[in-house]
Design a protein around this ligand. Structure first.
Ligand SMILES: Nc1nc2c(ncn2[C@@H]2O[C@H](COP(=O)(O)OP(=O)(O)O[C@H]3O[C@H](CO)[C@@H](O)[C@H](O)[C@@H]3O)[C@@H](O)[C@H]2O)c(=O)[nH]1
Ligand SMILES: [Mg+2]
Length: 192
């Protein structure tokens, strides 16, 4: 709770796939005076993401898929390279990311480690993202991956040398924030 904020009204502007809210609230400034503010917030729940890495091969598993919002904002093909990720639904973050890892990459990982929690776009999107890493071995691949058919997911699984993935951040071939954060985490902690 924040005693300087008093929510006055919450309107639903759109409630189609996810929810867009308009919130009116009183904001008490440092000098004690108050002002009424309005802000919109897009609520699509929370999410989890994971970077799979292999210590012997020095490789990582990434995914590639069409992302409409990037397509309408300057990404010519709309294709985006990302770590495996998904929305939480009713799961806790760890169960969610295990399920997503299997669905999207086909790997069944054993130990996973949570490294960060991050608001990815705090001025407009409510989502908090739980970020994980996990070691993978070739024998952990139990399915094709690619995502869930009825959700119309068409996900390509990429296995890349870690050094190449790091270079792809520099060249702009990797432009997704959660992916950059997790690749740099491995680098920062000298894991690969
Ligand atoms: N029909 C329809 N389907 C949608 C819509 N929006 C999303 N979907 C579908 O809902 C599913 C969500 O898939 P997940 O794997 O659970 O989520 P994600 O989109 O990969 O989300 C991950 O990445 C996001 C972008 O970085 C993150 O914001 C999110 O937290 C998560 O990490 C996908 O099949 C997607 O196509 C929509 O407006 N209409
Ligand atoms: Mg996903």
């Amino acid at each position: 709770m924040n005693s300087n904020i008093n929510i006055l009204k919450t309107e639903i502007l759109s409630n189609n796939w996810y929810t867009l809210k308009k919130v009116t609230y009183e904001y008490r400034k440092k000098d004690g005076s108050t002002q009424v503010q309005q802000r919109e917030a897009y609520d699509r729940g929370n999410g989890a993401a994971i970077l799979l890495y292999n210590l012997q091969q020095k490789t990582v598993i990434l995914t590639q898929q069409f992302r409409l919002p990037t397509y309408i904002n300057g990404n010519e093909t709309g294709m985006l390279i990302e770590v495996c990720a998904g929305l939480l639904d009713k799961d806790n973050p760890e169960d969610c990311i295990r399920r997503e890892t299997e669905e999207e990459t086909g790997y069944q990982v054993t130990e996973i480690k949570k490294v960060y929690e991050a608001y990815m776009s705090p001025g407009s999107v409510t989502e908090i993202l739980y970020l994980f890493i996990a070691a993978y071995e070739p024998q952990m691949k139990i399915a094709e991956g690619g995502g869930v058919e009825h959700e119309q997911e068409n996900i390509e699984v990429l296995e890349l040398p870690f050094e190449k993935a790091i270079r792809m951040i520099e060249t702009g071939e990797i432009k997704d924030a959660k992916t950059i954060m997790l690749l740099q985490y491995l680098q920062l902690k000298n894991i690969l």
